[in-house]
Structure formats: C-alpha cells, structure tokens
Design a protein around this ligand. Structure first.
Ligand SMILES: [Zn+2]
Length: 416
C-alpha cells in the first residue's frame, strides 16, 4: 500500500552510499574526483548510473549529445515529465559533490517513491547533462545549451579537445552517442539541486538556499599596445607602459564593481605580456575581463561606465587599448512557481533557508529559457568547489534531497 506522501523522507544512507560509491570512478589521491566529460571514467559512472536507473524501473533514453534521461512513468503519460538532475562530469581536480549530488539525489527521489509505492500524476525524468564543466570541451553546459536552442547539435559535435578529439568521436569512443535528437524529449519543468559553491549559507548557518536568480555576465578580451623600450634609458615621462596601463584598468574594474555592489563582481583573470623581459618596458599585452550581476540594469551600467574609463586611461598614457565584448548572458530569473514549490517544501520540512543568487552557471540557467525552472542549494565547506577539498555534510545533502523530493511531488502531483 502506498505510504502517505506528505511525510516521506529520502534514504540518507543510500544517497550517501551512492555518492561515495560513484566517487571511485576517477578518484584522486587527495579525496577528489577527476572525471573529464566523455572520458573512460565518465563512461564508468554513466554505466553505473544507467544500470541504477533501469533497476529503479526507469526507461533510459540518450540523446545525440549523450545526455541521459531516466523516465519514471506517471499516471498521465500525455504530460511532459518534470525533469530533475544535474551532471556527473567533474573538473580535472574536482570534488565528490558538484553536479553529482543533484544527479544522485534525483535517482534517490525515484528510489524513495518506488519504495513508498507512490505514483505521480505527471511522469518524472532524471537527467545527467553531458559536459556541464567545460574543461575538456567548450563551451561549458553545452548539451543543455543545445537543448535550449543556443547552439546546433552539429556545431557542438565538431568541437575538439586539446588533443583534437571531437565531441562526436568522444561520444562514439564510450558508446554514448544516442539516436534521439537533442530536445526531442520535452520536459515540462526542471529542478536542479546543487552545492552552493559559495560561502553564504555556511556563514549564515542556513541549510537550504532557494535560488531565485542566476548571474548574468559580460566577457571581454582586451589588448594594450604601448611601446617596448629599454628599462634603464627610457625616462618615466616618456614611457608608454602596457603593464602600468593594465594596472590602472584592474583597479578601475575593482572600483566599478564595488561602486555597483553588493550585487556586482568584476575580474581580470588572465593577463599575458608579449615577449616579457625584465629589462624591457612591457609594450604589448593581452587580458581577459568580466563583470557579473544578477540585475540587468547593473550589468548595463557597469558596461557603460567601463568604456569611457578605459579610454581616459589609454589617452592619458598614450597607449591603445582595444576592448571587445566576446560574450554576454543576461541574468537568469528563475520561475516564480517553481521557486514557490521549493520554498514551500523547505518550510514544510522545517529547514532553515534563505533566497540566494547563483554565482556560477548551471544547466538549470539554460533550461530556464525554455521551461519553468529553479534550483536548490545546500552549503559546502568554506564555499570551496572545483577542488579536491570540496566537501558537504550528509545531513545537508539529505536535506537538499528531501526538498527536491517534495518539490517534485508538488509539481508532478500524487496520483489518486
Ligand atoms: Zn556543477
């Protein structure tokens, strides 16, 4: 007989066991995971995951970019399934939780419903997105981006890694190029559980982050052309120093982000001096720059303030600065109804919580463009991720999976 759905809880030990069992696929000596997308360790975890989904009674479908969908039947199969999941690939020195928690918690939700004998009205669908991390193939989140219509499948299949292996070849080499066109399986909505990858929940001692926004961003590539000349014989007033120019630009970016804060960050992450030498004034230099904010207007203001500030520095220092916008993504506003379902589930379960903005990109941000979507965050130790030291507690992971369970139940409905 079916149990009462309202006080259902996931099996914490089983979820924890799955996280640690799959962490062996690509385990690193420091306790992390190295599971580059579409590599041999990714095949191992995919095989494990497919077998687990099938054992849980799901029909597993694989699309042309290798994204895995495990469908649990609902009473009304004419309805588009509620999607829940994340990704199983990691950074080269990644952790055991980033992406993995959300995917294995989705599996745990299905196992829990099976054990309780609960049928949902709408089918539900566990998802493992291909290449969320973007470390072997770019762009990151490529499969969900194709699903959302931002790229074509053929474009992504032709992308190559550092060894010249294409996405298509990599999919074939592990046997995960599915026959189904990307996007053919239409989901009705999507919920992603993830570690926070930031310090706010831990600092405020909150168990659940109800994610209402994702940050937008603008990426720039810059070049500075000054004049390389002798470090000993060129007087200071006559110099056209590219590195000194960059230093002013770095401080300008920092100042602009602070002025527009707290909801704004700005970073220059890469800078390369061409032909560097200790006794030559830097003449040519390239750099990357980005701004992020969850508010469109703030992002636009930062961009508007940046260009004249950089032009003033360049003119005063008699150098040329070329700044190109190479990518712009507007902020994500997650769906009000899915956010409400998450918040209601969290409060009913009695977990402390707050609204948060996702600072990192996620497949859910792509999904939100084409279907109602929101995210659930749980704390991670010291806010660290993309690192072998990434850590999260069993009670927090369990709480996140319980919120996922009850959010999905409220979206899918319990069949009467
Ligand atoms: Zn992730």
């Amino acid at each position: 007989m079916a149990q009462n759905a309202s006080n259902l809880q996931i099996d914490s030990a089983r979820l924890w066991g799955a996280i640690h069992e799959t962490a062996q696929f690509g385990a690193t000596p420091k306790g992390g995971v190295r599971r580059l997308t579409l590599g041999p360790e990714d095949k191992q975890v995919r095989d494990w995951f497919r077998a687990a989904c099938e054992a849980a009674g799901c029909e597993v479908r694989i699309d042309a970019l290798g994204t895995m969908f495990g469908i649990r039947r609902g009473r009304d199969m004419s309805r588009a399934p509620i999607g829940l999941g994340s990704h199983l690939d990691t950074q080269p020195t990644g952790g055991k939780y980033d992406g993995i928690l959300g995917t294995l918690a989705a599996l745990e939700v299905v196992r829990t419903l099976n054990d309780a004998g609960i049928e949902t009205e709408t089918p539900i669908c566990i998802v493992n997105w291909t290449n969320e991390e973007g470390s072997r193939f770019q762009p990151a989140m490529m499969a969900s981006a194709v699903y959302a219509g931002d790229f074509t499948t053929d474009d992504i299949l032709a992308r190559t890694d550092a060894e010249g292996i294409s996405v298509g070849q990599a999919l074939d080499s592990i046997g995960y190029r599915g026959a189904e066109p990307v996007g053919q399986l239409k989901l009705g909505s999507f919920v992603e559980l993830h570690i926070e990858q930031g310090p706010i929940l831990e600092a405020e001692n909150k168990t659940i982050g109800v994610v209402d926004h994702g940050q937008g961003m603008i990426w720039y590539n810059g070049t500075i052309t000054g004049f390389a000349s002798h470090a000993g014989s060129t007087p200071m007033p006559l110099r056209r120093d590219a590195l000194a120019t960059l230093s002013e630009i770095v401080l300008t970016v920092e100042k602009l982000a602070k002025e527009h804060g707290p909801n704004a960050v700005g970073t220059i992450g890469e800078a390369v001096i061409q032909n560097p030498s200790r006794n030559v004034i830097a003449g040519d230099l390239t750099f990357t720059m980005e701004f992020r904010s969850s508010d469109e207007e703030t992002l636009a203001k930062l961009d508007r303030a940046l260009h004249p500030a950089v032009a003033e520095i360049a003119a005063r220092r008699k150098v040329t600065v070329d700044l190109k916008t190479i990518w712009r993504k507007e902020p994500t506003h997650f769906d009000a109804n899915v956010i409400k379902a998450i918040e209601t589930a969290t409060n009913a379960l009695g977990y402390s919580n707050r609204r948060v903005t996702s600072g990192a990109g996620h497949d859910a941000c792509n999904m939100n463009g084409v279907m109602p979507t929101a995210m659930i965050f749980v704390p991670c130790k010291d806010g660290v991720s993309h690192n072998e030291l990434e850590d999260a507690t069993q009670p927090d992971c369990t709480a996140g999976a319980n919120v996922l369970l009850h959010t999905v139940l409220s979206l899918a409905g319990v069949a009467q």
